[in-house]
Design a protein around this ligand. Sequence first.
Ligand SMILES: [Mg+2]
Length: 370
Amino acid sequence: MSVRNPFCITKVEAWPIALPLLAPFVVATGQMDVARNIFVRVTLRNGAYGYGEMAPFPDISGEDQEGSLQAFPIAAKECLGQSATQFRKLSQRLGEVASFAPAVRCGIETALLDALCRGMGIPLWGLWGGADVRQRKTDVTLPIGPLDQIVETARAWHARGFRIFKMKVGHEVDEDIRRVEAVYAACPQATFVLDANQGFSLDQARECMGAMEQWHLPVLLFEQPVAREDLEGFVALRRRGTIPIAADESVRSLEDARRLIERRAVDVLNLKITKCGVVESMDIAGLARASGIRLMIGGMVESRVAMGCSWSLVLGLGGFEFLDLDMPLLLSVDPIQGGYGYEGPALQPWEECGLGMEMRQEPSSAIVVE
Ligand SMILES: [Mg+2]
């Protein structure tokens, strides 16, 4: 790499952060009270820098903060001296050296893309083509919990303008059905995305789906009803029902996406940059669109850094139908300033360079690779 290349990566830093949730985030496979994430900063030779976030969710992806911090230096060294303008090549390399740590790949990729766009003087969504730059509404997640409490929480979101509730199910099917019915009774304008996080057997998923149909509950999507490898279960549910089926845990790579599409196992793919990085997520989006598969985008428990990068894909690539970009609203802290904002359920585009964000606080210590 030429010593004069202004986009050459000269420094990569990472530091752990703790993001407490407003309420425990309970899903079929586990629970989280505090997101133990990691912020990343990449600096270029021209002085431009950018931020990224690793959001490992132990009960969903098996990754955690400690493991991610251990994998970070190995991945970061691959980027030193390389040009951020070759981010596709770097993404592939990170996918190879950190194949066991996709959150690490995601965090470094996001930071080098943010730095590149700051260096170029364009917002991150501009790098993807600015196909659909307008405000968009997100759903809001209602975790598994006691019925009264969930209904009260739903009412509060409803009063703030939220109309799409992403209900976590997959725990106990009768209770799950009762919870959806109760929220609908309290918020009759609501529509629903059900997310079982692999928690149901095929029979339970059928029962849940049947109840939604029987009671005419407006369910837009049934996400990850069964185990990630149970593609036959997906196929059977698709054949049976009128509710579109979405894959989340079952799509963690381009290869997974290809398999799901070939088997005609899904109507919708839920992309998350933490599962396979930014570039591979874009490749999955391209494959899905070419194959007539509808697109959803979501995230792990994460701040506006990772979610801002996902939002940039919505604005830049276009074609995303379902937005599940509510996580920063469920945190009790916002560790950054600037960048995109929320007005009720609507995410606003931003005009500043890169992600347009700054840290509220400098880290007291960081792992530095330079
Ligand atoms: Mg999900």
